[in-house]
Ligand binder design. Structure first.
Ligand code: PLP
Length: 396
């Protein structure tokens, strides 16, 4: 008897990926304290915040020092100025949003779990795997049935709708973590048409939108009809180096309704109940990201990460290794050589060349045989890691 805990937590699989990596790295370091390690495993950024953001942070902190400019609670759904600045960012790409369709958040991770409050737990979630682990775990914690769509070389890691499936809540991530694959506008249009046909809702994770180039879509709202079937979850973590600063935003169109219930209005109710907003100081920093100066400066950092990715893909090209991503995404998803399993390849890289990557198996069973390299590291370290990788792969 007594209080019953949420039994859904019993259905969670152990999250071995990052714990497993850090355990193996710690053991290796203890045995080889003098050897430098080259980290291509992290999903964290290495470049500091840009100048425009730092200036805004200082100015906003100063505002809080004076009675005339001090801010206490700010509106739960976001400072109007932040919501307008984010709407302006979309407008640059021809996407017209009402600022009230944009909700400030403390980052995409929080939103990926919290947003499930809008949907009945009996509605199953469909997740394309390999996937960012939080999609599955947040759905399982909420007691939601999860089905999987398999991404693989056969569909270039860009699975398309399965007419036979019972998808109601569909997670899509593009540019993708971990595969680096990016949906074209036509492919996203096919997803949107499918979701509208069956009354499903797409949760579109756009955490890596800033890396999309070559005319590829940054937002699901660049397609026709997304305003009646999609929610977009965005983050300034990878766009502007806010991983430790924490700021994101979520787009819920006012036209998104199911069974006569308006999801935008429901989210207003949710946020005004479950949060007291996001820090005034951080929102002012976020506004600075969306200025001409801020956007120019964050692009400089993204350019550095893209150059890192090129150094790594050059090494893979020279070894004749097949890979996906790396051009419009910060991640490179490589096939392990000689049919190796992903943890075996992890051990080989750590042991022989002191390079740390991420085993694909950690992103779902269909990630077995693949390996994720990140371009978020320091450029000099990345160059040395690429040289070592090239040498090792040549001898495989
Ligand atoms: N979505 C994806 C696909 C990610 O890779 C990450 C972070 O790595 C997040 C969301 C979470 O981002 P945030 O730092 O905004 O919580």
């Amino acid at each position: 008897m007594g209080l019953k805990p949420n039994g859904n937590y019993r259905n969670l699989k152990d999250s071995y990926l990052f714990f497993g990596i850090s355990k193996k790295v710690a053991a290796y370091r203890a045995e080889h304290p003098d050897l430098p390690l080259y980290r291509l495993g992290i999903g964290d950024v290495s470049r500091p915040l840009c100048e425009a953001v730092i200036r805004a942070l200082h100015a906003a902190a100063e505002d809080q020092a004076h009675a005339g400019t001090f801010h206490g609670y700010v509106p739960e759904c976001g400072l109007p100025e932040f919501r307008s600045a984010a709407a302006g960012y979309y407008a640059r790409r021809g996407v017209k949003l009402d600022p009230e369709e944009i909700f400030v958040s403390s980052g995409a991770s929080d939103e990926l779990g919290d947003i499930l409050d809008l949907f009945d737990p009996s509605s199953p979630a469909q997740i394309a795997q390999p996937a960012y682990p939080a999609y599955v775990d947040a759905s399982v914690m909420a007691g939601r049935k999860v089905t999987f769509l398999t991404a693989g070389p056969e569909n270039d890691f860009l699975p398309m709708p399965d007419e036979q499936s019972d998808a109601e809540l569909i997670y899509l991530c593009s540019p993708n973590n971990p595969t680096g694959a990016v949906y074209s506008r036509d492919q996203l249009q096919a997803w949107v048409d499918y979701a509208n046909r069956r009354g499903a809702v797409i949760l579109f994770d756009a955490a890596y939108e800033a890396f999309a180039e070559d005319g590829l879509p940054h937002s699901i709202f660049e397609t026709k009809g997304a305003e009646t079937c999609a929610i977009e979850i965005c983050s300034l973590s990878k766009t502007a180096g806010f991983t430790g600063t924490r700021l994101g935003y979520t787009v819920i169109p006012k036209t998104l309704e199911r069974e006569g219930m308006n999801l935008n209005a429901m989210w207003v109710r949710n946020r005004t109940t479950k949060t007291n907003g996001v820090s005034y100081i951080l929102q002012k920093a976020g506004i600075a990201v969306f200025t001409d100066e801020g956007l120019r400066q964050i692009r400089e950092n993204i350019k550095i990460y893209k150059q890192n990715a090129r150094v790594l893909t050059d090494a893979l090209d020279s070894a004749g290794i097949r890979y996906w991503g790396g051009k419009n995404a910060p991640y490179i998803w490589m096939q392990c050589p000689d049919g190796m399993k992903s943890w075996d390849f992890f051990d080989l890289l750590l042991d022989k060349i002191q390079v740390i990557g991420t085993p694909g198996e950690g992103f779902g069973a269909c990630g077995e045989g693949f390996f994720r390299l990140s371009s978020f590291g320091d450029p000099e370290e990345t160059k040395e890691a690429a040289t070592r990788l090239r040498r090792l792969l040549a001898s495989c």
